[in-house]
Ligand binder design. Structure first.
Ligand code: BGC
Length: 766
């Protein structure tokens, strides 16, 4: 043994003597691939397994171990600590190079501190810090907060998705954070599910476009100090959970998985995303975290994904303690790694048990090397070895910059959907001098949405603040209903009803409560699913009583999931779906109310009338409403693609470049759009396709393209869409991707509703 050590020491000193062979992994001139191999060659098994493990940050541990019980720990997916483990232990493991990544580190100081510990380790492998920067790096304080994903999707603005991701990456790197757990590219198909707001909606094509631009924006070239790693998540199917609850089983045909849920992930891989997160749920009986078909056959086999797979929060543990397909934790780790998992989110036992699995011969060290290679590859590309720290002095020069704020404001303006307007909007300030403002979301930071921390007051434009800023001559009377929809005060509701009589106009700001810091009090957001989609608490009563004043009453909704506001839709003159517009919510909403901004957004998700209509999607199959519902309509409150403006648009002259094409041919579709109203505007034109007869059933229509067209009042523009073969195909009876001959219907217009669409047809030749 002694001899061996002496020989090793000698070899090392010989190597160090030769400068070129010495620690090649530290040399930025050496190609990444070679740096990875050099480093892996120096690592112990324990260090390798440590690179595959993640921990929550030490401040997070301190806070939660003080406030949380071990029982709560079991099903809380926002907070964590490790019973029996001290902060000192975590610090020591970091110094020993046994932790590859941290999440939920929320300050630059903590990130730099933990990194300084990693820099004391034998090989000085930097930590990669991951964070849920879902709409800006909002989970950490003092960052730009953009609209949540569902709002962003309603802008149909893919350039904006890119820009926001790019700016978010810069703010993240300015905090020494390198990896965002976004974009969420799940296709949302159930409004009860609390995570609809963090998705880009229900349409596979739109989700794909937004997801791809987000990946590109975050990652840039994935080689600069302003780039971060994107993570496409959650793979897969959790957005159509049984009964709508987060993480509940999904049971989906392979056809639906491939046609609806896979496309945004496949496109994300093609766009270069180098990390992917598996989903909480089981899929057709197999937990996603031990699903070889997903991770190996599809992701790596079919799509050639070169990046690494990270587990979701304690979901490898759940293979054992929830899904019960592994008898113990060690077996769960084994199943997951064997199925293709690379990194564990998060915590203890992993290191020791995975090392044992290798020593016992159940997992090979080569298998471990595969994962470590993928993780190190990203760390090298991101330049972490050269730049492990961020500059605390310069951090705030980048975060919340004027440029980023301007983007957040523009994005908010473009994300707010005008659902209904009988003509009361835009508001005439000279007519409505006294305005009552009330509702749980009227003056609350909740406009920041899920995945946002509490931000400084001065950085949040609440709706009331926005109104006062934009209409300074108007008297706004505010009746505070508190933030908590579950515990509204009937007396406050009565007070609003009384004061409404003295006002010229009423604005009720209702919706859901989403802020994470009140985890158990929320009504919307992650792990906050509902068995109905009505307004919670006394909110309906408030709306009805205020409207009973006889004064025009406008409803503004702040929420993530669609809400079935049937009564309001029928009785109120105007309704705005604001979603969670972020830090400039109030200003953007007020600008729209007062006509300073002409609304442009269109729904990225159908708004059903009630929960009974679930699943209510526009791209359903032909037989869906052959027998319509009795008593109530089978149509939604508002369809996908719907959104009003203060101007009007006319579509005309739909023309196709060909009546007949070959299977690999293309058709250009042109249409004229005229702004026939009095305001300048931006129209989101949508193109849908239907395969008239097909060997397997196909949706009644599917979005295949869209364009944001800016038109001055009176102006006409021609828009040209290109239909390429990939937009015509589907999976046949044998699950082969084909384009079938026959007729296709092209529909172009202002929403997915039939009445809003011009139609034409073309044939695909045999
Ligand atoms: C969520 C993930 C998230 C992770 C880390 C989980 O509960 O499902 O989307 O990235 O927590 O915060």
């Amino acid at each position: 043994m002694k001899k061996q050590i002496i020989a090793m020491a000698l070899a090392t000193s010989l190597l160090s003597f030769d400068g070129s062979a010495k620690e090649r992994y530290k040399d930025p001139q050496v190609p990444v691939k070679d740096r990875v191999e050099d480093l892996i060659g120096r690592m112990t098994l324990e260090e390798k397994v440590g690179q595959m493990n993640q921990f929550v940050g030490i401040e997070h541990i301190k806070a939660n171990s003080a406030s949380m019980t071990e029982d709560e720990l079991k099903n809380n997916t926002a907070n964590a600590f490790y019973p029996g483990v001290t902060v000192k232990d975590v610090e020591r493991w970091t110094e020993q190079g046994l932790i590859g990544s941290f999440l939920h580190v929320l300050t630059i100081e903590e990130a730099n501190y933990l990194q300084s510990l990693a820099m004391k380790s034998r090989l000085k492998i930097p930590i990669i810090f991951g964070i849920d920067a879902i709409h800006g790096n909002a989970n950490a304080p003092d960052n730009t907060v953009y609209p949540t994903n569902i709002g962003l999707a309603c802008s149909f603005d893919t350039d904006m998705a890119y820009k926001i991701a790019r700016q978010t990456a810069k703010e993240m790197r300015a905090m020494n954070m390198h990896w965002t757990f976004n974009p969420n590219v799940e296709v949302a198909r159930d409004p009860r599910w609390g995570r609809v707001g963090e998705t880009f909606g229900e349409d596979p094509y739109l989700v794909t476009q937004m997801g791809v631009e987000s990946v590109k924006g975050y990652q840039g070239g994935l080689n600069g100090s302003e780039d971060v790693l994107a993570c496409i998540k959650h793979f897969v199917g959790g957005s159509q959970p049984i009964n709508g609850t987060n993480g509940s089983p999904t049971d989906l045909s392979e056809r639906t998985i491939r046609e609806v849920f896979f496309p945004p992930f496949k496109a994300g891989v093609e766009a270069g995303a180098l990390s992917l997160m598996t989903a909480h749920n089981e899929l057709n009986g197999i937990p996603c975290h031990s699903n070889e078909w997903l991770m190996q056959d599809v992701l790596r086999g079919e799509w050639k994904f070169p990046g690494f797979v990270v587990s979701d929060w304690m979901d490898i543990e759940h293979i054992h303690d929830l899904h019960a397909t592994a008898e113990n934790l060690k077996e769960a780790f084994y199943q997951s790694i064997d199925a293709g998992m690379d990194m564990h989110m998060h915590g203890v036992h992993w290191n020791e048990m995975v090392v044992e699995l290798v020593k016992e011969g159940r997992l090979s060290e080569e298998r471990i090397d595969e994962s470590v290679r993928r993780i190190l590859d990203v760390k090298f590309r991101l330049g972490l070895f050269e730049q492990p720290f961020a500059d605390e002095q310069k951090s705030m020069q980048i975060r919340l910059s004027d440029e980023h704020r301007a983007t957040a404001l523009e994005a908010a303006r473009n994300s707010i959907v005008l659902l209904k307007n009988d003509g009361v909007l835009p508001l005439d300030a000279s007519k409505y001098k006294r305005v009552l403002v009330t509702g749980i979301n009227a003056d609350d930071m909740n406009v920041l949405g899920d995945w946002s921390a509490v931000q400084k007051e001065e950085n949040v434009s609440t709706i009331l603040r926005g109104l006062r800023q934009i209409a300074p001559g108007t008297q706004f009377d505010f009746v505070d209903q508190g933030w908590d929809p579950r515990n509204m005060d009937p007396q406050k509701v009565a007070e609003a009803a009384t004061r409404a009589k003295d006002a010229d106009l009423n604005i009720v700001v209702a919706g859901e409560y989403m802020m994470r810091f009140r985890w158990h009090d929320r009504t919307d957001g992650e792990d906050t699913d509902r068995s109905d989609i009505d307004l919670v608490g006394l909110q309906n009563e408030l709306i009805e009583k205020v409207a009973a004043s006889g004064k025009p009453t406008i409803l503004i909704l702040v929420n993530g999931r669609p809400l079935g506001v049937e009564w309001a839709a029928e009785h109120l003159p105007a309704i705005i779906e604001a979603w969670a517009p972020g830090m400039y919510a109030g200003q953007a909403v007020a600008e729209i109310l007062y006509g300073k901004v002409n609304p442009t957004a269109k729904l990225a998700v159908t708004i059903p009338r009630s929960v009974g209509q679930t699943q209510m999607i526009y791209n359903h199959k032909p037989s869906q409403y052959f027998h319509p519902y009795a008593v109530k309509p089978s149509t939604p409150l508002w369809p996908f693609g719907h959104g009003l403006s203060y101007t009007t648009y006319k579509y005309s002259d739909l023309q196709l470049s060909a009546n007949e094409i070959a299977k690999d041919g293309t058709v250009n579709v042109s249409v004229k759009i005229t702004n026939t109203g009095k305001h300048d505007g931006v129209e989101i034109a949508q193109l849908y396709l239907r395969d008239t007869f097909s060997s397997v059933t196909r949706p009644v229509k599917e979005l295949k393209d869209f364009a944001r067209v800016s038109l001055k009042a009176g102006e006409t523009k021609e828009v040209v869409f290109k239909i390429t073969p990939d937009k015509l195909g589907f999976y046949d009876k044998k699950m082969n991707w084909i384009v079938e001959p026959g007729e296709f219907v092209v529909m172009v217009g202002a929403s997915s509703e039939d009445g809003a669409l011009l139609k034409g047809t073309f044939m695909v030749k045999k």
